[in-house]
Design a protein around this ligand. Structure first.
Ligand SMILES: [Zn+2]
Ligand SMILES: [Zn+2]
Length: 539
């Protein structure tokens, strides 16, 4: 080959790269004349990348298509090779397409025979690249096209998600490291895990340094990802090769807020007033607890407090005590009714997860960032996802542990009334037990309580013999009541405050309150939207 031929080849090569760089389709059309061997071109500036690499990287569908068609026409046997050509890092065009998240380009490459299982020198696959680019669309396209909607499901696609690169990092590690929250959530909640344990094992995998995704999210200082990982079952006690757990790493990196979030995960919060940042699974144990405490309180009231309060012989006081008794029973019944109502009412129309909603993704681009990562439903300002219920709700307010479900549009009002009711109920119990103590100290012996429960009639000699017993029960009731009434009052004030201010203020107030207290209810404590009516036909 003569020198002039060489020079002209290099000049051509350089010219095409320049046009692609400028995304100048017109010049490219003029340039491609059937004589140019573009499949031999390599960019000297970019790791020996081919024109196809650069066009895909530039996310230019038209140029990519043009180049592929040109190769098809003038070098059809070399097409497969052209599509899968590797650069110095052994990266192929499909890797770049996955990184950029353009489904149209991915589709074009796949239709022309691109090898989706290709790995680079560092053993990075399409999903490692999608993670680096935070592109859930790439992830979901491959998953839907080759697995969910495929005639023959290809298990290798699922394997790629778990495969490690040369540094032992899975695509999830890369997502955590790259601060790629969107793809991270899609990946964690993909329906590929048989059970929670399998998902947790996936989340807690270590790379060669012993880092888990949680370590890496601490390193990249992304507090939101740290929270999401903890809520999804990341283990904050796993140590890396140097013996550091994520908390120690956060302290070393002087990330105080992140360290607080991880500590909060390790310590239990009193009364679930502040939701700890940890994985919470639905459980009816709080409901059983509510009924047990309620039964205990009622028992003490009837067995030890009311008998003392009713011990007065004075007829006027009797009327007064009967009144207290009726009020107590009324509020007890109301408490139980409202609580049962909360357990029964559907909080807001629940959207079941349905991958069919994403069928369009296989045909073209949709912006997955606008979709819920688990229900695959388009997000809107009045719909929020609950990470504990794994469902989306209209007018989501927060997930309530005491009713084991979300408080959202449909039950928000009942919830508010319940808070008011519970406050009044606790107040009455407190007052009755304080009266009980007062009557234990002074007062005379006859007991009109016999009207209601003859069995509990107190005779003065009995009372004298068992005075300690009545003191203990009364005082424990006061303590039990205080234990609940203080957080309950705070909760009531907070919710009444939210209710009485308007939407925007609500949101801002909650954010500041929650940030101050370091709580995760930032998301939980969103507003109820007043103007949007329930509409389940939005599909
Ligand atoms: Zn959802
Ligand atoms: Zn929930």
């Amino acid at each position: 080959m003569s020198e002039s031929n060489n020079t002209s080849f290099e000049a051509e090569e350089e010219e095409l790269f320049e046009h692609i760089d400028n995304e100048d389709e017109q010049k490219i059309n003029e340039f491609l004349d059937g004589k140019k061997q573009i499949w031999k071109y390599k960019s000297k500036d970019n790791d020996n990348s081919t024109p196809l690499h650069i066009a895909v990287y530039k996310k230019s569908y038209n140029i990519t298509k043009k180049l592929i068609e040109y190769c098809k026409e003038y070098n059809s046997e070399g097409l497969k090779e052209f599509i899968d050509e590797k650069n110095n890092q052994e990266t192929t065009a499909i890797h770049f397409a996955s990184f950029k998240g353009s489904v149209k380009i991915i589709k074009l490459l796949v239709e022309n025979g691109a090898n989706i299982y290709a790995v680079t020198k560092r053993k990075l696959n399409i999903f490692h690249y999608a993670s680096q680019g935070n592109k859930p669309t790439s992830l979901m396209y491959f998953y839907l096209n080759f697995y969910v909607f495929a005639k023959e499901k290809d298990p290798r696609i699922i394997q790629l998600l778990k495969d490690k690169d040369a540094g032992g990092s899975t695509p999830l590690h890369w997502a955590a490291y790259s601060n790629a929250e969107d793809i991270l959530l899609y990946m964690i909640y993909l329906k590929i895990f048989e059970n929670d344990q399998e998902r947790e094992d996936f989340i807690n995998q270590k790379d060669v340094q012993g880092y888990t995704a949680l370590h890496l999210s601490v390193s990249s200082k992304s507090i939101r990802i740290v929270m999401k990982l903890l809520q999804s079952g990341a283990n904050s006690e796993i140590k890396d090769k140097k013996g550091n757990d994520p908390l120690q790493l956060a302290i070393n990196k002087k990330q105080k807020e992140i360290a607080d979030v991880i500590r909060n995960n390790q310590n239990c919060q009193m009364c679930n007033m502040k939701a700890p940042v940890k994985q919470i699974k639905k459980s009816i144990k709080n409901i059983i607890l509510v009924f047990s405490v309620q039964a205990l309180v009622t028992f003490i009231i009837f067995a030890a407090v009311l008998p003392i309060a009713f011990r007065n012989d004075n007829a006027d006081s009797n009327v007064y005590y009967h009144f207290i008794f009726i009020i107590y029973v009324f509020f007890l019944a109301l408490f139980i009714m409202l609580y049962l109502a909360l357990l029964i009412i559907n909080p807001g129309i629940v959207q079941p997860n349905n991958l069919n909603r994403l069928k369009d993704l296989v045909d073209g681009d949709i912006e997955l960032n606008k979709y819920c990562y688990e229900c695959y439903r388009e997000k809107s300002k009045d719909i929020k996802h609950c990470i504990i219920c794994h469902k989306c709700y209209y007018g989501f307010d927060h997930h309530c542990f005491w009713i084991n479900k979300c408080v959202a549009k449909n039950n928000y009002c009942v919830f508010l009334w319940f808070l008011v009711e519970a406050f009044l109920y606790l107040l009455i119990v407190l007052l009755i037990s304080i009266f009980g103590i007062i009557h234990l100290i002074g007062g005379n012996d006859n007991n009109p309580y016999i009207y209601y429960f003859p069995l509990f009639t107190l005779r003065s000699d009995f009372l004298c013999d068992n005075r300690i017993y009545y003191y203990v029960l009364n005082i424990s009731l006061i303590l039990l009541d205080l234990f609940f009434i203080i957080p309950e009052t705070l909760l009531l004030i907070l919710h009444l405050h939210i209710y009485c201010t308007n939407y925007r203020e609500k949101k801002n107030k909650m954010n500041t309150l929650c940030l101050k207290s370091g709580s995760t209810t930032v998301e939980a404590a969103l507003m109820k939207s007043d103007e949007n009516s329930l509409d389940s036909s939005g599909e």
